[in-house]
Ligand binder design. Structure first.
Ligand SMILES: NC(=O)C1=CN([C@@H]2O[C@H](COP(=O)(O)OP(=O)(O)OC[C@H]3O[C@@H](n4cnc5c(N)ncnc54)[C@H](O)[C@@H]3O)[C@@H](O)[C@H]2O)C=CC1
Ligand SMILES: O=C(O)[C@@H]1CCC=N1
Length: 281
């Protein structure tokens, strides 16, 4: 990979850039980034990662082997219109934009081209993203393989059908936020039971990492691992009963379903707004 162009320089772009730089996949100066108007962000990204920041779209996309689109869904029309003339057939185009279908991207650009939609999560910043990829029908196997290789530098990769990306978004795209929410709740509970915050933070983090490691390394299911912690009549049983009384399992199921539905709603809304943009050739 000789040159990667990022359109959008927000938290998702930074998470991927951070992973690429840390893993030394590409020389940092060959990572080009652009954003809408925030100059401070340019200075920060240059200082922090050594990337090349520019507002010249021609300089950004010219000779790029790979373009990563990382703007918010609401900015998709303006962004695609501004770059469509630079999209070349041999280029690999990756969109991390939640809910925006590949047909919508082709429609705005008024051309057919290879697009891989990616749904990573912000843990890409520490090389631990759970990423799902879906390729459109114009994508060559070798291009999908390039996308897989790229995202494997920042975590694990699953290849899915484009129709499954809403579910992926609801589960693992948004997933880190659910875990942070859980940790915030545990921190609040630690305060209530009289633990000092530094001690509590350390205990919570290690408990989380230990459980994650057990889930990864043990052949046992989560249910079996849970039962092994739960002595009859003991403390865990009492705690879990409180979770059941508060229907926490149902709450998590509703959370992921609602996030998935929101991804579908956003996609349908954007598809409707962009319905007049269709490839005319
Ligand atoms: N934050 C997350 O956890 C995840 C986000 N995503 C997706 O990634 C995308 C970006 O999300 P964030 O990084 O969180 O957003 P953000 O708001 O942090 O960054 C968006 C960036 O796009 C730039 N931008 C907007 N219009 C532009 C234009 N016309 N030309 C060039 N740059 C333009 C903005 O200046 C900004 O740098 C979204 O579509 C989101 O759905 C996907 C997976 C996870
Ligand atoms: O909240 C969002 O819409 C984006 C998509 C997945 C994570 N963040």
């Amino acid at each position: 990979m000789k040159k990667i162009a990022f359109i959008g320089a927000g938290s998702m772009a930074e998470a991927i850039i951070s992973g690429l730089v840390t893993q030394q996949v590409i020389e940092p100066e060959n990572i080009f980034v652009t954003n809408k108007s925030n100059d401070d962000r340019f200075v920060y990204l240059k200082d922090q990662y050594g990337v090349t920041a520019t507002r010249s779209l021609q300089l950004l996309v010219k000779d790029a082997d790979l373009v990563v689109l990382a703007v918010k869904p609401k900015d998709i029309l303006e962004t695609m219109q501004s770059i469509k003339e630079y999209i070349r057939e041999e280029m690999l185009f990756i969109s991390v934009v939640a809910g925006v279908h590949t047909t919508s991207l082709e429609g705005i650009a008024n051309k057919r081209f290879s697009i891989v939609r990616a749904m990573p999560n912000t843990s890409a910043a520490v090389g631990k993203s759970a990423t799902a990829l879906a390729a459109n029908c114009h994508t060559k196997d070798s291009q999908l393989q390039t996308a897989i290789t790229l995202f494997e530098t920042v975590g694990t990769v699953a290849v899915v059908e484009e129709t499954q990306l809403d579910a992926v978004t609801g589960l693992s795209g948004s997933g880190p936020a659910y875990i942070y929410y859980l940790v915030e709740a545990l921190e609040k509970s630690a305060e209530k039971i009289g633990l000092d915050s530094e001690t509590a933070k350390q205990l919570i983090l290690q408990t989380l990492m230990g459980a994650a490691d057990m889930l990864q390394k043990s052949p046992k299911t989560p249910a079996v691992l849970r039962k092994e912690v739960t002595s009859p009549g003991g403390t865990t049983e009492a705690g879990l009963k409180a979770l059941q009384a508060h229907q926490v399992e149902d709450a998590f199921i509703a959370c992921v379903q609602e996030a998935t539905e929101q991804s579908k709603r956003m996609g349908n809304q954007i598809s409707k707004e962009l319905a007049k943009y269709v490839v005319s050739q």
